[in-house]
Design a protein around this ligand. Structure first.
Ligand code: SAM
Length: 264
């Protein structure tokens, strides 16, 4: 039911599985917060149980050689999309703990995650971050192909505005293209980390994930946003599970991230 193509069915299943008296109280006092309650509950359950259809693991179990790590994060207020602190910290820690020097991100938006990756790269490190070209035509076509939440995000995107003028801007290279047709081959095998956070419909996530796995070097990591959003972005979860070799994707505890490490 959680993977049903109908969002209402997914939401009913989510409430049946996680609903309790606190959910009812929230529904009465703050209905919009109640919408995210099933996801919060489910992620807590995954953390406590160790997983469900896929394993859920604390970040430092996924990075066993990390040792002591100090990462930097920068919060940027936003009224459109927010990245919870745990998730921003996890992205920064992945960059820092793996000693990444080359990161590719699909989906820049205003550049908050690109900035936070760049803050955790050494001198000479580079973040390539991709978004749709600024032209109305390219954005309109991509909006028509995707779902209404993505279309809203595309219309609100001022690509890169969060990192422009920052002290790490020189580490960030803005790439423009539509990831559904973009030629990623010049980047194959060369990335320490790839972050997939572009369009969220099934076909887009399949192609972006296939390309991400090709871009990452052996031993490198692919991370997906919205992998564990419990129903809201079921297409992302389904697509990742269809593309990643069976049993090799984990959920990063206390985040919505999925992660895959390419074998050495
Ligand atoms: C969720 S936002 C990325 C958020 C960003 N990673 C962050 O957390 O700061 C998704 C972005 O993907 C871009 N996008 C949507 N469809 C795309 C496509 N087909 N090719 C490239 N970018 C796309 C949108 O314009 C939007 O800026």
């Amino acid at each position: 039911m959680l993977f049903s193509g109908t969002k209402t069915l997914r939401q009913i299943a989510a409430v049946l599985e996680t609903g309790n008296l606190l959910f009812l109280r929230l529904l009465l006092t703050n209905p919009s917060a109640a919408r995210v309650f099933p996801g919060e509950m489910y992620r807590s359950y995954l953390g406590l149980s160790g997983g469900d259809a896929w394993p859920c693991r604390p970040i430092f179990e996924l990075l066993p050689n990390a040792g002591r790590v100090r990462a930097t994060i920068e919060h940027i207020p936003s009224n459109v999309i927010g990245t919870p602190l745990e998730q921003l910290s996890a992205l920064a820690l992945f960059a820092r703990a793996t000693n990444a020097t080359r990161i590719f991100e699909i989906g820049t938006f205003r550049g908050r995650t690109a900035l936070n990756f760049a803050l955790n790269l050494p001198e000479g490190g580079r973040v390539f971050t991709m978004d749709l070209p600024p032209s109305e035509d390219a954005r309109g076509d991509a909006s028509d192909r995707t779902n209404s939440s993505d279309a809203t995000i595309i219309s609100e995107s001022t690509t890169g505005s969060d990192y422009r003028g920052s002290d790490v801007e020189s580490k960030i290279e803005q790439v423009y293209g539509d990831s559904s047709v973009f030629d990623f081959s010049p980047y194959y095998g060369s990335m320490d980390l790839v972050y997939v956070d572009g369009a969220h419909h099934y076909d887009a996530v399949v192609r972006d994930s296939e390309q991400a796995i090709k871009m990452v070097r052996p031993g490198g990591y692919v991370l997906w946003d919205e992998f564990c959003n419990f129903g809201d972005y079921a297409d992302v979860t389904r697509a990742v599970l269809d593309v990643v070799p069976r049993g090799q994707v984990s959920h990063v505890e206390k985040t919505q991230l999925g992660v895959y490490r390419k074998p050495l």
